[in-house]
Ligand binder design. Structure first.
Ligand SMILES: Nc1ncnc2c1ncn2[C@@H]1O[C@H](COP(=O)(O)OP(=O)(O)OP(=O)(O)O)[C@@H](O)[C@H]1O
Length: 268
């Protein structure tokens, strides 16, 4: 695929729920593209429709209007080319399966032969620094390690796009910093396209090459901001850069505007 052809294309997406006391317009109208190999963060205030958007993107919820296209095909069911990592790692791993079997499960379901599957599982676990944990069970690991297993499972599947839904919201600050660096490393090493949803402004700027800021519900893209920080990022030096501070201030101000219900045109 040429580099400028979008991998994921969201066009005029609208979602209205039928609530008990009438229609709830969760998503007003959202349009954006993600090109192959990009790392895009989506950030917005609580209740702005991030979960609704992700459900529509991953084919779990039909939009009221508009479309989602992945690699040229309209998404109407969970796409094979997409892997999703959720916040609740504790519920996404099977406690009765070893780490090796948890990571290998989607490949088994896809019919990948055993030898090839085991090689892919070992590669993915080595990538997330858990090459030594193949035969352990999820409940023998810390929360951060379990989330690494969930990331390895997504990576082993070799998706065209890796969607992460607030994946680090439930871990402590130090683990979170390590996992952020892990996501950037996986993105750089494997060239996978990443769409990362977070409510954390600093995290969106530290991780992303682009940040899409959502307005309050009914949601639109408030701003599409290019993150022009150096590709090699480091928790101490990058976060201490004046440019980092300027970008986080810009995102913070937009989120505050979104909370007040002020919408501005999406610009980069
Ligand atoms: N099944 C539903 N029926 C009716 N309204 C809903 C339903 N699901 C979500 N909503 C409403 O749609 C809006 C967006 O909700 P959504 O959960 O997508 O936001 P969010 O950004 O993921 O929130 P948070 O960051 O707090 O998790 C909210 O006003 C919510 O109350």
């Amino acid at each position: 695929m040429p580099e400028n052809t979008p991998l994921l294309s969201v066009r005029d997406l609208k979602k209205t729920y039928q609530g008990a006391s009438g229609p709830v317009e969760a998503i007003g109208s959202i349009s954006f593209d993600v090109r192959p190999g990009e790392l895009v963060c989506i950030v917005g205030p609580s209740g702005c429709g991030k979960t609704t958007l992700l459900k529509c993107l991953s084919g779990l919820l039909p939009p009221t209007a508009g479309s989602v296209t992945l690699d040229g095909a309209e998404v109407t069911a969970p796409p094979k080319k997409m892997a999703v990592v959720f916040q609740e790692y504790g519920r996404s791993l099977y406690p009765w399966l070893t780490v090796r079997d948890n990571v290998g499960l989607p490949l088994k379901a896809r019919g990948v032969p055993r030898r090839e599957r085991l090689a892919a599982v070992e590669r993915a676990l080595a990538e997330v620094g858990l090459g030594h944990a193949l035969d352990t069970y999820p409940w023998q690991l810390s929360g951060g390690m379990q989330q690494r297993v969930a990331i390895a499972r997504a990576v082993a599947y070799e998706p065209e796009i890796l969607v992460m839904d607030e994946p680090f919201a439930a871990v402590d600050a130090q683990t979170r910093a390590d996992l952020e660096d892990l996501v950037r490393r996986v993105w750089q090493d494997l060239g996978v396209t990443v769409l990362f949803v977070t409510h954390d402004i600093d995290e969106s700027v530290y991780l992303g090459e682009r940040v899409l800021m959502l307005s309050s519900s009914p949601t639109v893209v408030q701003q599409d901001l290019a993150i022009d920080l150096p590709a090699a990022r480091d928790q101490l030096t990058t976060r201490a850069m004046p440019r980092f501070t300027a970008l986080r201030t810009q995102v913070y101000e937009q989120i505050q505007r979104a909370k007040r219900g002020e919408t501005v045109a999406a610009t980069s």
